[in-house]
Ligand binder design. Structure first.
Ligand SMILES: [Zn+2]
Length: 255
């Protein structure tokens, strides 16, 4: 079912989707007026997302941008063969492939889907061509880009300031907003995303499990008590949500 079209714009669901707080959000697409959606729709191709699927590899040509419908997608900063750390998270309603909108053909970042989900993808050249004819789409994408930048900068501060257990709880809360109670992530993957050793994640996850916040099983973490998880997380989770929900709802300044 296609639930794209919505006459309203700048909906709270859209902006929340930057931080992945609204699983039902249709985000960018739902913010578009009907006339622009009619231009965009023929170029969109439904694309199922798989766990561990690389949507863009760092340094390679970006062929498609992905309007994420459901799922959990990470932006990874890649250094060397195996070293990477999550610098941004994209959820339902967001867009993977933002360099495309400013005319870049490659990106220094890897984009990975961590779960099964769905997206509507569009060829990079088509998106740029359509943006030239659709001012609301262009504005919405650039405002989304700014939102994602706020999230990215906040995560950089979080990674520098807060302990592994706090950051793990923060990541799981963001993941919970996107995927619900069961998160298909291993401790090894979480170590990569958080830029720390797996052994550190194992210790932190053990503490959270002992506190009754979660349970770990093969290839999956299940949130057992969201309140306990929130009490273990750093202030970044509520602070980032609050910042995005207030800052991003500012009206567009006059030209
Ligand atoms: Zn933090």
């Amino acid at each position: 079912m296609n639930t794209f079209v919505n006459e309203s714009s700048n909906s709270l669901e859209f902006w929340n989707s930057v931080a992945g707080s609204s699983a039902y959000a249709q985000g960018i697409l739902s913010a578009l007026p009907r006339a622009e959606m009619a231009v965009l729709r023929p170029k969109l191709e439904f694309h199922p997302l798989k766990a561990h699927q690389v949507l863009h590899e760092a340094g390679e040509v970006i062929k498609h941008a992905y309007f994420i419908e459901n799922g959990l997608v990470s932006i990874l900063n890649v250094q060397g063969e195996e070293k990477c750390v999550e610098v941004g998270m994209i959820g339902s309603g967001g867009l993977a492939g933002l360099p495309v909108i400013d005319g870049f053909v490659t990106s220094p970042h890897r984009i990975v889907s961590h779960s099964a989900g769905s997206a509507h993808r569009i060829e990079a050249t088509d998106l740029r061509e359509i943006m030239a004819r659709c001012p609301e789409l262009t504005l919405t994408l650039h405002r989304y880009q700014q939102q994602l930048m706020v999230q990215t900068m906040h995560l950089a501060a979080c990674n520098a300031l807060h302990e592994v257990e706090q950051r793990l709880a923060r990541w799981l809360l963001m993941g919970h907003q996107l995927l619900g109670t069961d998160l298909p992530v291993t401790q090894e993957l979480l170590g990569q995303l958080l830029g720390t050793r797996r052994s550190s994640v194992t210790v932190a996850a053990g503490l959270l499990q002992k506190a009754g916040a979660l349970s770990c099983s093969r290839g999956k973490i299940t949130i057992q008590d969201i309140a306990k998880l929130k009490s273990s997380a750093c202030e970044c989770y509520p602070l980032l949500r609050q910042r995005l929900e207030t800052w991003s709802l500012q009206p567009q300044a006059a030209a």
